[in-house]
Design a protein around this ligand. Structure first.
Ligand code: NDP
Length: 406
């Protein structure tokens, strides 16, 4: 796994013990962003904030900037500029707005960048951090799904360090013997099964956005919560794992584990299975990436297996959760299929959250856009092609949403 540097004190991305680490958080107002700031706030002297960014949540961004004193605060939506500027006047914090400002913020020298923006909107800023060779903590799985090979080529070219933050990939990162991938028999991603794990297809057909975002184990942003309800999240994670851990698609598996205590496992050819366990709290994988290659204390609840009593597992029900099969097929076809899958899914999830389509239509729309797209097997040659594929898939998905209705 040459693209993710193995833990080593001599890695240039690793600051020395006791040294202040400069940090940028892309998507600081989101669930991952707030958890990252929570950890930084508990060990304030060790971190210096370079930039914080948001989309439109100016109120929270102003609060965060006043508390953490970054050099820059950026909103993606230019309409929010005036409010941000007035909210931070007199603080000396520079403010900016717009998609380019976001990329500029990511390109500023910071030792460590949290890629915590949701969706393909995170691709350009995350790549800007990668291009300057930063240590990038990757929560935004969509940028790998959308542009995996091109993204990894940039990582390789720039010498950036990629640290997986998604709890499953972080777990694998912690237990994978990167120098002996040939000894890996299987990588098993665990999935909670989401809020509808035990629901019938008929019940799911009537599911509301509020029910879909009420995840039983994890407190997350709306988009990933809906992805967890369809199991598309696990599908996106399969694709993410395929790019991060080059063992091949055939060696990637998923098992449903409703308690979300085992975050993923690596099975070796001698029959050993190594797993990482912990309570479901994103601050643990974020802390692993933030302190890497060392460790830092977190306030996360401690695992008490005797109290939990039982850990359960089941195979995913692909009939009720076809998103997993769809994502695997997109991975199998390769080329532009993952880009199209991701873009169509983003549009469909947003339409479901807005009450425009029903729950099952999320996967139906995504599937239909994939089927409609020509020459899926051809890999996008460059980022311009990725953006074009993404744009067209979004238009098609939106048309289908409009034709379909609830
Ligand atoms: P949230 O929706 O909670 O937060 C998303 C962040 O991205 C917010 O800061 C938001 O700003 C910003 N943002 C949204 N749209 C844009 C845009 N168009 N341009 C710039 N910034 C934007 O998401 P999560 O924190 O839940 O997830 C973030 C990423 O991490 C996702 O890719 C998700 O899959 C991944 N992840 C999340 C986990 C979790 O526990 N939450 C676990 C594992 C992975 P604003 O607040 O202004 O809208």
């Amino acid at each position: 796994m040459a693209l993710i540097a193995a833990a080593a004190d001599d890695n240039p991305a690793a600051t020395a013990a006791g040294e202040v680490k400069s940090v940028t958080i892309l998507g600081s107002t989101g669930s991952v962003g707030c958890s990252t700031l929570d950890l930084i706030g508990r060990d304030r002297a060790r971190f210096e904030l370079v930039a914080l960014t948001a989309h439109r949540n100016v109120g929270t961004l102003i609060e965060q900037a006043r508390a953490f004193r970054p050099r820059f605060a950026v909103v993606a939506d230019p309409a929010c500029y005036a409010e941000l500027k007035s909210g931070l006047s007199g603080t000396g914090i520079e403010v900016a707005a717009g998609a380019e400002a976001l990329v500029d913020a990511a390109a500023l020298p910071a030792d460590w960048v949290m890629a915590g923006i949701v969706g393909a909107a995170g691709l350009a800023p995350t790549l800007a951090a990668v291009k300057r060779g930063a240590c990038v903590a990757l929560a935004n799985k969509e940028c790998l799904v959308s542009a995996g090979p091109l993204f990894l080529e940039e990582v390789k070219r720039s010498g950036a360090t990629l640290l997986p933050v998604d709890s499953e990939h972080n777990a694998i990162f912690q237990v994978l013997d990167v120098d002996r991938l040939e000894a890996v028999e299987r990588i098993v991603l665990t999935a909670s099964g989401g809020p509808f794990r035990t629901w019938s297809l008929e019940e799911m057909a009537r599911a509301t956005p509020a029910q879909a975002v009420a995840h039983p184990r994890w407190d997350m942003g709306a988009k990933i919560s809906v992805d967890s309800a369809t199991l598309m999240n696990k599908g996106l994670e399969l694709i993410e794992a395929y790019y991060l851990f080059p063992v091949g698609e055939q060696r990637l598996d998923v098992v449903i584990h409703p308690e979300s205590i085992i975050h993923s496992m690596v099975a070796y050819i001698d029959g050993s299975v190594l797993a990482q366990l912990g309570m479901p709290d994103m601050r643990t994988p974020i802390a692993y990436a933030l302190a890497w290659p060392r460790r830092m204390a977190t306030p996360s609840a401690r695992l008490d297996l005797a109290q939990i009593g039982q850990l359960t597992f089941e195979a995913p029900d692909l009939k009720r959760f076809p998103a997993l099969t769809l994502a695997r097929e997109a991975l199998h076809v390769g080329g532009s299929a993952p880009t199209v899958l991701n873009a169509a899914n983003e549009v469909a999830v947003a339409a479901f959250l807005a009450g425009r389509i029903g729950f099952h239509a999320i996967v139906a729309v995504t599937n239909a856009v994939l089927e409609q797209s020509m020459a899926l097997g051809e890999r996008p040659a460059d980022l311009a092609e990725v953006y074009e594929l993404d744009r067209i898939a979004r238009i098609r998905a939106e048309e289908m949403v409009q034709n379909r209705g609830r």
